[in-house]
Design a protein around this ligand. Structure first.
Ligand code: G3H
Ligand code: 13P
Ligand code: ZN
Length: 309
């Protein structure tokens, strides 16, 4: 087993009409839950680290935890930087052993996005690392990038050939209506698969990435609320639309919020049922099991990548 890039994974995923899950990781239990599910399901895997995760857990802890997970499970893993906002951050991850980085300059003017993306691509490719970039803007908040709903913009299919040609990126994240977090749609939940189809027509065979793709699983929202949470109005991406996107050109689907909800729901339930307990292993164990359950569901029913490793 080894750290791998997404090159082979995406080629197989594109041809096979499925997507690879890219799950955000912040600590040991999350890494264990995800990797155990992928081991059991024989699924390809991308683990991604955000700037916030890097700040929280420290890069070297996460890299070594992922190495330990590969050793334990015997699976190959692509280790990816999620939403890198500068050349320096991407360089630091490339130098630290990541096999894939995202440079997210989507909030900058078009020419600046191209210039910064190209600079990262040149450095990364020289070291055998692949690069994801973004065109169009998703609403939502991550540590590195904050986009108000009103500033969100769908990807323009007429720009994608020029962008990919001039930057040399290996995959492209596009905005088709998804957004980060647990509150994705106010009214009808709908992905613009027509825009995805147009992008695919312009870039046949090229891997597309979908951010903000949690389905905000109702059972975990309900469980959070049942045990003292307050997540009224939470709404995610319909799973059948994600599956359809995976049959088209989407080769990587990013999921973080669903893991957060499952982990939190499990811990809330545990404390309500066992108010006298205080050993972290007693509530982090079931939380890890909940992560594994969510990932297993995604691999089989949303991504379609079970059995494809
Ligand atoms: O897209 C963002 C991911 O959900 C990571 O979120 O920046 O809070 O770690 P974070
Ligand atoms: P969600 O908030 O929908 O899980 O999206 C995660 C993501 O896009 C990470 O980059
Ligand atoms: Zn994202």
């Amino acid at each position: 087993m080894a750290f791998v890039t997404t090159k082979e994974m995406f080629k197989k995923a594109y041809e096979g009409g499925y997507a690879v899950g890219a799950f955000n990781v912040n600590n040991m239990e999350i890494i264990q839950g995800i990797t155990e599910a992928c081991q059991d399901q024989k699924a390809p895997l991308i683990l991604q680290v955000s700037a916030g995760a890097r700040k929280y857990a420290k890069q070297s802890y996460l890299v070594h935890l992922v190495e330990a997970a590969m050793e334990e499970t015997g699976i190959d893993i692509c280790l990816h930087l999620d939403h890198g906002d500068s050349f320096e951050l991407c360089k630091s991850c490339i130098d630290g052993g990541f096999t894939s980085v995202m440079i997210d300059a989507s909030s900058k003017p078009y020419e600046e996005n191209i210039e910064l993306t190209k600079k990262v691509v040149e450095y990364a490719h020289d070291k055998g690392v692949v690069v994801e970039a973004e065109l169009g803007r998703l609403a939502g908040i991550e540590d590195a990038v904050v986009v108000a709903a009103g500033d969100a913009a769908f990807t323009d299919p007429d720009q994608v050939q020029d962008f990919v040609g001039r930057t040399g990126v290996d995959s492209l994240a596009i905005a088709i209506g998804t957004s980060h977090g647990a509150y994705k749609f106010k009214g009808e939940a709908k992905l613009r698969l027509d825009i995805l189809q147009k992008v695919q027509d312009k870039l046949p065979g090229f891997p597309i990435v979908l951010h903000g793709a949690s389905s905000v699983m109702p059972e975990y929202v309900a469980m959070c609320n049942q045990y003292g949470g307050n997540l009224g109005g939470a709404q995610g991406c319909p799973e059948d639309m994600l599956r359809e996107a995976a049959r088209l050109a989407v080769c990587k689907i990013n999921i973080d919020t669903d893991l957060r909800l499952a982990m939190t729901a499990s811990i809330r339930k545990y404390f309500v049922e066992h108010p006298e307990h205080f050993d972290p292993r007693q509530y982090l164990g079931p939380a890890r099991d909940a992560i594994k359950e969510v990932v297993t569901h995604k691999l089989i029913h949303v991504l379609g990548c079970a059995g494809q490793a």
